[in-house]
Design a protein around this ligand. Structure first.
Ligand code: ZN
Length: 579
């Protein structure tokens, strides 16, 4: 039964001309449940020819993830889109279902866009109504301890207790696999992921993470920094929903300055950034009323939509130029670090605060005073320096044995060609020199950090069915960042190649002692290296096993594949056997 109640938002806020006819009750501090959300989109689909609700595949909990598509031409099959003529805007909601303001805001937006004919000829909206379905079914009063409503909130973990906003590369969840399919098929020019913050208190209703400018393609950064970001801040700051950059403080207060957030590819906008989407994470402020958070998110989406309607062809050109630049880039950065010497001063509307004696413990506690608004000039650190980069090979060679990696590359639309016969080829290969891993799993993995490699040139044998992956394709940056083991969210760091980190064959010391003596006699170079090692390691030289292991590791008996990353980098001209 369709509820034709006109939202009373207009009366409450006195600012927006919202004429939605959708049965939302965020003003009553309530967000709809999954089934209600889907039902509301279903009704919009029924009512408007310009809209369609598409079931895209099952989430981990077994219920579907949907995509709601709106455009004037009634194009609901992504293969029909000419991306040079249509701007695709993808909005993802409910990745953290406790942070549901985007779920309500997108319903409001869809209703208004359709009802008030706010579609232009060249814009295609694609909305994921609720991405973390399992987490949204897990509702309770209390999943967000510090947050001001709604009265029932979904849970951050999905049905497998994974944080989906860390799952975009490793793709453990069915949700992420469905998302990858949606993303590959629709390839948005603009991507927004909606959230609610944790952290400090301040006057802003909305905070924003534009994809980090030093990590993004320079064409994307220039456009966002010079045009789109200033427009969005300016428009938002004309409303009651003031917007500031995301207040990335942990354990301190904003007046001490704060840093831009580096969203690496495991995060939604870090992932979309690999494909040169103009990307934003909205973070509505947890202490503001649920109505204000929904309206702030809605306002942001509405302003962005207006800009896209009026500047579609320019946006498409920016993305085209970014893709063209990637196609020519010989070197890609792999890691970034915050430059703590580079900041700019920004105005920040906060609240005065004190550290007062705690009534609970012996220490002091931080207390903001909302009756004392204040405007500070604070240092904003948003320069990230490249600390590691890599030259792009012409091809990578991936053994088909690493099928989970091959599957993920294919899900992302990477073109790869199976070898039609075995091939021995001279490649650059990496040996993993060092890395650290945690004692406890992070998002289901013993995620590696501080990966160091050395490069060697050697003959590698690949087998029929192994994959040849050309880098001259549209997914060039994605391929490099996932296949280069030092990449901050590479498949290596996410444990897909851990088998190589363990030595498989060993020796018996009493047998190998004789072999070692023979080796030293017949190989003066080895004997010289052994003497050097003994000089440098007097303690080790006293130990039988350590001495023998040094000789073993430097002999032909030691397996070359130990610590060798199996993905070859082809930098010479080679004729490949492919069909
Ligand atoms: Zn979140």
């Amino acid at each position: 039964m369709k509820n034709m109640r006109l939202l009373t938002v207009l009366g409450v806020l006195g600012w927006f001309t919202v004429s939605a006819q959708i049965d939302l009750s965020f003003e009553d501090n309530r967000t709809p449940e999954y089934d209600e959300v889907i039902q509301m989109y279903r009704e919009l689909d029924k009512e408007f020819d310009e809209a369609q609700l598409i079931e895209y595949g099952k989430s981990d909990v077994g219920r579907p993830i949907y995509l709601f598509v709106m455009n004037k031409a009634g194009i609901f099959n992504p293969t029909m889109i000419d991306r040079n003529k249509k701007t695709v805007v993808l909005i993802n909601n409910g990745i953290h279902p406790g942070e549901s303001c985007g779920v309500d805001a997108s319903l409001l937006l869809a209703d208004e866009v359709l009802r008030n004919e706010l579609l232009s000829d060249d814009v295609i909206y694609a909305i994921i109504p609720l991405y973390n379905v399992g987490g949204s079914l897990n509702r309770s009063c209390c999943t967000r301890a510090n947050q001001n409503g709604p009265e029932e909130q979904g849970f951050r973990g999905n049905a497998r207790n994974l944080d989906l906003n860390r799952d975009f590369i490793k793709c453990d969840s069915r949700n992420a696999k469905v998302f990858t399919g949606i993303y590959r098929e629709w390839r948005p020019h603009i991507f927004i992921d909606t959230h609610t913050t944790n952290g400090a208190d301040y006057q802003y209703v909305m905070t924003l993470i534009p994809t980090q400018k030093d990590k993004a393609n320079p064409e994307i950064s220039a456009f966002m920094e010079e045009q789109l970001n200033p427009y969005l801040y300016e428009e938002m700051n004309k409303t009651p929903y003031l917007m500031a950059p995301y207040v990335n403080v942990f354990g301190t207060t904003p007046d001490e300055g704060f840093a831009g957030f580096l969203e690496t590819p495991r995060y939604a906008t870090g992932y979309s950034n690999l494909f040169n989407a103009i990307s934003y994470t909205t973070e509505a402020h947890m202490f503001k009323s649920y109505t204000d958070r929904v309206m702030a998110t809605y306002s942001f989406l509405k302003f962005l939509g207006k800009y896209v309607r009026e500047n579609g062809s320019e946006i498409r050109k920016v993305v085209q130029r970014a893709n063209a630049l990637d196609a020519e880039r010989e070197v890609f950065p792999l890691r970034w670090e915050l430059d703590t010497s580079a900041s700019r001063e920004i105005e920040f509307k906060g609240y005065e605060y004190d550290y007062v004696p705690s009534e609970l413990h012996a220490g002091k506690r931080l207390k903001y005073d909302r009756n004392r608004p204040v405007t500070w000039i604070v240092d904003y650190f948003n320069t990230y320096a490249v600390v590691d980069s890599v030259s792009v090979p012409d091809f990578y060679l991936l053994p088909a044995a690493f099928g989970e990696v091959a599957e993920r590359l294919q899900m992302n639309g990477v073109e790869m060609f199976p070898l039609s016969q075995d091939l021995t080829v001279n490649c650059e290969v990496y040996y993993i020199e060092d890395y650290t891993s945690p004692d406890r799993p992070y998002e289901g993995h013993y995620f590696h950090r501080k990966v160091e490699t050395r490069t060697e040139r050697m003959e590698m044998t690949y087998h029929r069915g192994d994959y040849l992956i050309p880098t001259s394709q549209v997914n060039r940056r994605f391929i490099v960042e996932t296949l280069e083991p030092r990449g901050v969210d590479s498949y290596f760091t996410w444990n897909f190649f851990d088998g190589i980190l363990q030595q498989k064959e060993w020796f018996s010391t009493y047998v190998f002692e004789d072999t070692a003596l023979d080796l030293l006699k017949s190989d003066p170079e080895l004997a010289r290296k052994f003497e050097e090692w003994k000089q440098a390691n007097p303690e080790g030289a006293k130990d039988g096993f350590q001495s023998l292991y040094f000789i073993y590791k430097n002999s032909p008996y030691y397996e070359k594949s130990h610590m060798r990353y199996p993905v070859g980098r082809v930098v010479d001209e080679v004729v490949f056997p492919i069909k």
